[in-house]
Design a protein around this ligand. Structure first.
Ligand SMILES: *[C@@H]1O[C@H](CO)[C@@H](O)[C@H](O)[C@H]1NC(C)=O
Ligand SMILES: *[C@@H]1O[C@H](CO)[C@@H](O)[C@H](O)[C@H]1NC(C)=O
Length: 274
């Protein structure tokens, strides 16, 4: 065995022996920590070392999974906050994912809560006034209390300020808040929104639900135009092929034109619709 490797192993053994003697707490082995890094609101980790280790893990995990919607930004930042992770500060200063209104408000919520009430109080209040004329001016917390997702239409629920207010309302049982991501919707960019459990079930929410009406309209319009174009191209090329098959019209270049029309036909039939 390599001498350096041996000394390293001995060093590590001595080191861990010292650590065991010097601390009352259990040593942080990666196996027992990884299983407790599942954040459950209100549950505390055994030690600061556990917390820091879990912080690293959560941070790495979210970096690799957020894009596919496999992990929620709300839950991620909530977890970083609950363990007072050093990574929260990093997230708040970089705000890497604040490229939609919803995700930007989620950052506000965990990085500077007053920003949420500044930006959203009026929006949500106006919406409540239509429902309940008695609401005059109220603080953000009282507005959130008044909010009832079952009383709102889907269009109102799609307002990012309402979504963050519903998240705030779910505060004591945040497991009920779900985010919806969409990455494959053409012309609409990255779609990102969040709802409480009841709304998700009531409207069977999908990423398409969260697409703005304007973007929906243009997606549909472009699809229709492409469909019409595709049919036209097919019809024109069929005409050319039929004419070319007539022996009287066959001239020197007719075979060449026939293949061209055939290729065009295939493009109209298969490439454009996709
Ligand atoms: C939070 O935002 C408010 C309003 O913009 C600002 O006045 C305050 O300084 C911010 N607080 C922190 C800690 O950044
Ligand atoms: C209503 O708003 C005014 C000014 O915006 C404020 O001074 C007052 O305290 C508010 N009242 C309540 C009940 O929040």
């Amino acid at each position: 065995m390599n001498v350096r490797l041996l000394t390293t192993i001995i060093f590590l053994m001595v080191n861990s022996a010292f650590c065991d003697i010097n601390t009352d707490e259990e040593p942080v082995s990666s196996e027992n920590v990884d299983s407790i890094c599942q954040y459950v609101p209100g549950i505390k980790l055994p030690s600061r070392d556990h917390e820091l280790h879990c912080c690293d893990l959560i941070f790495e995990n979210y970096r690799s999974r957020w894009y596919f919607g496999a992990a929620y930004l709300t839950r991620y930042l909530d977890t970083l906050q609950s363990w007072t992770c050093p990574q929260l500060e990093e997230e708040c200063s970089s705000r890497n994912l604040a490229f939609t209104k919803f995700s930007s408000l989620v950052y506000d919520y965990f990085c500077n809560y007053t920003l949420v009430s500044n930006e959203c109080s009026e929006v949500v209040l106006n919406l409540l006034k239509k429902k309940a004329p008695t609401v005059s001016n109220a603080s953000w917390t009282s507005i959130v209390k008044l909010l009832d997702s079952t009383q709102l239409t889907l269009d109102q629920l799609k307002e990012p300020c309402v979504e963050i207010a519903l998240f705030d309302k779910e505060d004591t049982h945040r497991g009920d808040f779900q985010e919806v991501h969409g990455i494959n919707i053409p012309f609409c960019g990255y779609v990102w929104c969040g709802f409480d459990q009841e709304t998700i079930l009531r409207y069977s929410i999908s990423p398409w639900t969260c697409v703005t009406n304007k973007c929906k309209a243009s997606t549909i319009a472009v699809t229709v135009v492409i469909a019409i174009l595709s049919v036209l191209i097919m019809l024109l090329n069929i005409t050319v092929i039929v004419i070319m098959r007539n022996p009287k019209l066959r001239k020197s270049q007719s075979i060449y034109k026939l293949t061209l029309a055939g290729a065009d036909f295939l493009i109209g039939a298969f490439v454009l619709p996709t």
